[in-house]
Write a protein that binds this ligand. Structure first.
Ligand code: PMP
Length: 382
């Protein structure tokens, strides 16, 4: 059967094509197109006008540590954290990056830039399963600190499995990077305003505007913030001002919608996106209820300060574990024409695989259909 699907054309407008049952579903990356319908509903509210003479300088605010950060974006970021309550912004420097990917590199530079003439090697560790940043040297749980310097990356809620995480290495010579890409109400309960030395956030997973490539770090230590800014100056002399202006606008519209209580779910981005994620997770759990192939992790409900309710965890990824008899989960998925990412890429066994829950609706529905067919196929002996 052929299923109608919409794909973006080169200019971003959507054109209708067909998604055939033979085509491979590319669910191996977390491209957050699931949130497009909300922004379509916002109509022209997020439009920005940029004139030919606007934003021509490299600089935004020469008095700020991060001199290429547009003040209106800095203000929007502070407002956003205030509205959501997921992180403290006072007495912190905001360092902007081309996605949080660039900020991670900037941090590796800032935290290892040698003060001494003989640079020491620094291990970068994270507990498995971990987001496959190529620079993660080893599993934090088995890392023997021995007084050596190290950097621990804590991703909470964690990509790929959605669990809440804290630092696991207990050492004096370590620095911890808290990657809070998914610490937003559509994925998880907001349990407290995070108050760490170094925290990373990204627009990609918050609003879904991954294409704008906007990420930010909240950093207490001025010296670290300055070194990060230096790195970004060396690598790209700042971050696109057009992206910054758009991000400020989108964040502003999002915050207005959250603060205008009484306008209904349709204006509140986090209510809208939480409902979308909840529906998807319900469909997935339903599809795998009697599955002889896969199991899913069960997350506890937690009290969310943003919604004021006990809420389910609705991770951005399905972390599938194969049941006995299937050794390579990703290979098995490939047989169903579903492209995921195997456990090995996250430092664990291939019986696990990660599949994105953030695709467009038509792709998601195909994903569910294929899982159901596989389950039925196996139980009826095909
Ligand atoms: N951290 C985590 C845990 C992620 O999953 C991602 C995106 N997949 C990033 C950081 C980077 O996001 P971006 O570069 O789009 O800001």
């Amino acid at each position: 059967p052929l299923n109608k699907a919409s794909l973006p054309s080169a200019n971003g407008a959507r054109t209708t094509t067909t998604l055939s049952s033979d085509s491979v579903l590319a669910l191996n990356t977390g491209d957050p197109t699931v949130f497009e319908p909300f922004w379509q509903k916002m109509g022209d509210k997020c439009d920005v006008l940029i004139r030919g003479s606007d934003l021509m300088s490299y600089y935004s605010d020469k008095n700020n540590v991060c001199w290429f950060l547009e003040p209106e974006l800095g203000d929007a970021i502070k407002r956003l954290h205030g509205v959501v309550g997921n992180a403290l912004t006072d007495k912190r420097h905001i360092v902007l990056g081309t996605g949080s990917t660039q900020l991670f590199q900037a941090l590796l530079y800032a935290l290892t830039a040698p003060a001494a003439p003989e640079p020491e090697s620094v291990s970068v560790v994270s507990s498995a399963p971990y987001y496959s940043v190529s620079l993660t040297d080893c599993d934090a749980c088995t890392f023997n600190e021995d007084g050596r310097p190290y950097i621990e990356v804590v991703n909470s809620p964690n990509n790929p499995d959605g669990t809440h995480r804290g630092a696991v290495v207990n050492g004096g010579k370590g620095k911890v990077i808290y990657d809070f890409a998914y610490y937003w109400p559509q994925y998880t309960a907001i349990t407290s305003a995070a108050d760490h030395e170094i925290m990373l956030f990204t627009l990609s997973k918050c609003t879904g505007h991954a294409g704008s490539r906007i990420g930010w770090a909240l950093v207490k230590d001025k010296d670290i913030a300055e070194k990060m800014t230096d790195y970004i100056a060396i690598s790209s002399i700042g971050v696109s001002k057009e992206s910054q202006v758009r991000a400020a606008k989108v964040i502003g519209v999002l915050c207005d919608g959250c603060e205008n209580v009484g306008l209904g779910e349709s204006e509140n981005f986090f209510e809208f996106s939480r409902n979308l994620m909840a529906k998807r997770w319900q469909k997935l759990r339903e599809a795998l209820k009697h599955s002889e192939c896969f199991t899913l992790y069960k997350h506890p409900r937690e009290h969310c300060l943003f919604t004021g309710e006990f809420t389910k965890t609705l991770p951005a990824f399905a972390w599938l574990k194969c049941k006995e008899g299937i050794e390579d989960c990703n290979e098995f998925l490939r047989g169903l024409k579903i492209a995921g990412r195997g456990g090995k890429a996250f430092g664990v066994d291939p019986i696990f695989a990660r599949v994105s829950m953030l695709s467009r609706e038509d792709e998601f529905n195909q994903f569910i259909e294929r899982l159901v067919v596989a389950t039925q196929g196996i139980s009826s002996g095909h």
